[in-house]
Design a protein around this ligand. Sequence first.
Ligand code: THU
Length: 139
Amino acid sequence: MEKEHVADMIGNAFQAMEHSYAPYSKFHVGAYLKTKQGHYYSGCNVENASFSVTNCAERTAIFKAVSEGEKEFESIAIVGRAEGGKIDFCPPCGVCLQAMMEFCDPEKFQVILAKSEKEYKILLLKDLLPMGFGTENLE
Ligand code: THU
């Protein structure tokens, strides 16, 4: 992926983070998902007074895309920071990795973890979730 494109996706993830609703953890996350068709979906974490109802930024973006009829994804940029804290890489939680596993090719899906538009790393889903359980395991 070209540097400019990665920077653009990270910038949009930071913008998505602005909408984060995280009054309980005060940890704000933004995600920006690219589909194979070349469309984009943003997501933020949405918390709830009943804590387990919380939805992560990554799943917000994935569910938005699926609900619009898109199920094939190319990459996702993720940013997160604690209120008043310093920025660090924000890896997706296990539940979000499993949600990715449902729709993404672990050998190809790129996960961009970023501290800024210039400081980032790109991992494959298979690196974050080796031997993930997927739909073919049910066959
Ligand atoms: N969170 C995400 O949105 N994505 C992740 O992958 C890690 C965790 C959110 C959930 C919760 O609102 C807050 O970060 C603290 O766990």
